[in-house]
Design a protein. Structure first.
Length: 558
């Protein structure tokens, strides 16, 4: 019966811990969404800045796995270079050590207090910001309660001789025991896929006196390797640089742990010297009150030291993972959307950045499609290659529109701030309008087939049509300029130009009908010319609607 009690207490405590971590992470992400976005946008070629970005984001979201998966996704989307990604991952390794310090607090004193303080604003707060703050506090409290529950579940194991015999090999003060503990920590973290959870379990085992300080530190080193599996799994099927970033993370952590193993006994003494207390001190009840701070310090010093040591060799690490992960030339020849995985695993802020990147590419494709459609119409003879290219562009925009919309709908299921929710809706609208513009460009190209019977568009009607087509093209370019830089968004100019084009469309269609009535053109051309003008008018309409969403998305003040 005692075994059953231990199991359900352990699982229950672990469940409360996981749920608390999720609440805390979601609350922090929603509160810091704009800050995370600004931090990510500040990434430069400076490797120290990249490390700072990884450190900052991980401290805000309390999960190195989220940060590394985010980094792999941004590399896959072409928003981050390999060297920048490696720097961010190194910073994430430091940022995740904050979790250890949070856990090392005497959790039994503060868990219920924080739950009591957090649940009222978290569940009944009037503003979304208040709710997110409450959820973060509630999550921290549940983390503490979960750890306390797990600690209580481990207490009987101290008296179980069969259990102590089973872990005796790991508890020895020799290199075989250290290596076995590292491998065990790595394996368990790969299964759980959460270094924070395994760190919590390790610290609970240590504080209750089930395992000693040396075993706990060796387990934590193994957990540093095991946590890399998350990014490796996320990189499966991604671009070559995304796979390189994931492998750089694994290489760095494996190399750091291997070097640390060589000097581990001296490292134990160093941590004992840094933390002014005896890690092995035991209370009368058998608990080890000081070991938590020692484990947190060992975790922090390992990651900080390893990162500082690796920074000068960042180019070497990038060259190494590039060599072991050769480029696939076929990958470049296949057009595909580079959004990565399930947005449920990514930060909302970074999901929106990835979606923006794809929409900008979509706008560029529509611009190229417009240019080649004009060339196709302007040439005396039909060019089947140009028509095929136009149809291919339309197919690509359909695929991007579908995937971006589905991606953003999943993002909307995450806890979002009011601003992030508005950004998501505006991105969906922009994708819709771009796809509609591409549809009408395809129709416009297909209308040329109606002139195969000997009819043609010549003279003043042809001149007016191409002038109008050029003006609509320049209007489209004006509306998407704000996608690249908010300063290029000209609301007044867009509105004025849109009104002029609408009046002009009616004018040139009426002019063509007058020419037909005078016998200049055959009556059959009236329908085709009208359809051509209507297609351009629709492009103007969708471009104008898109500009409204672009303005709402990027322009903060008028």
């Amino acid at each position: 019966m005692e075994v059953f009690t231990i199991i359900y207490s352990l699982l229950g405590g672990l469940g409360i811990f996981f749920f608390g971590m999720k609440l805390m992470s979601d609350g922090l992400q929603a509160m810091a969404g704009d800050m995370i976005r600004n931090i990510i946008n500040s990434i430069t070629a400076n490797r120290v800045m990249a490390v700072g970005v990884g450190l900052g984001v991980t401290m805000l979201v309390q999960s190195s796995s989220i940060t590394t998966v985010m980094t792999v996704g941004m590399v896959n989307a072409g928003l981050m270079t390999l060297k920048q990604a490696i720097g961010v991952i190194l910073g994430a390794n430091i940022g995740t050590t904050i979790t250890g310090w949070i856990i090392s607090i005497k959790v039994d004193k503060y868990g219920l207090l924080l739950v009591g303080l957090g649940f009222i604003p978290g569940l009944f707060g009037k503003s979304s910001k208040t709710q997110h703050i409450g959820k973060a506090i509630l999550g921290i409290g549940m983390v503490f309660i979960g750890l306390t529950t797990m600690s209580h579940a481990f207490v009987p194991l101290r008296e179980s001789q069969s259990f102590l015999n089973s872990i005796a090999y790991f508890a020895g003060d020799n290199y075989q025991a250290y290596l076995a503990s590292v491998l065990m920590g790595c394996a368990l973290t790969m299964v759980v896929q959460s270094s924070s959870a395994m760190l919590g379990i390790t610290m609970a085992l240590a504080t209750t006196g089930v395992i000693n300080y040396h075993t706990a530190v060796a387990l934590v080193l193994g957990e540093n390797i095991g946590t890399t599996i998350t990014a490796i799994l996320a990189s499966i099927g991604a671009s070559v640089n995304a796979r390189r970033a994931a492998r750089a993370h694994a290489t760095f952590n494996i190399l750091g742990v291997m070097i640390m193993l060589l000097i581990l006994p001296y490292y134990f003494d160093f941590i004992e010297w840094m933390v002014p207390s005896d890690a092995s001190f035991k209370n009368p009840d058998g608990t080890q009150p000081n070991v938590g701070a020692h484990i947190a310090m060992a975790h922090t010093m390992f990651n900080v030291t390893a990162t500082l040591a690796m920074l000068p060799f960042l180019n070497t690490l990038a060259a190494f993972v590039t060599r072991i992960t050769p480029d696939d030339s076929k990958e470049k020849a296949v057009p595909h959307l580079v959004l990565l995985g399930n947005p449920q695993d990514l930060l909302p802020a970074t999901s929106l950045i990835q979606a923006e990147s794809e929409i900008k590419k979509m706008a560029d494709i529509v611009s190229r499609m417009y240019k080649i459609t004009r060339e196709y119409w302007h040439e005396d003879q039909e060019d089947p290659k140009k028509l095929a290219k136009i149809l291919d562009y339309e197919r690509i925009t359909d695929n991007i529109h579908k995937e971006v919309t589905v991606f953003l709908c999943y993002v909307m299921e995450r806890p979002l701030s009011h601003q992030q929710s508005g950004e998501t809706q505006n991105l969906i609208k922009i994708a819709d309008e771009l796809e509609s513009c591409a549809d009408y460009l395809e129709r416009l190209a297909m209308y040329r087939e109606r002139f195969r019977g000997g009819d043609s568009l010549e003279g003043e009607s042809r001149t007016e049509f191409f002038n109008f087509m050029d003006e609509v093209q320049s209007f489209f370019a004006l509306t998407i300029a704000g996608l690249e830089k908010a300063a290029h968004y000209n609301k007044t100019g867009i509105f004025t130009k849109s009104q002029e084009l609408q009046i002009w469309a009616d004018s040139i269609r009426d002019n063509h009908l007058n020419r037909i009535s005078k016998g200049v053109y055959k009556p059959v051309t009236a329908l085709t010319f009208s359809d051509m003008v209507v297609a351009l008018r629709k492009i103007r309409t969708h471009a104008f609607r898109m500009s409204e969403s672009v303005g709402a998305l990027y322009v903060k003040t008028e």
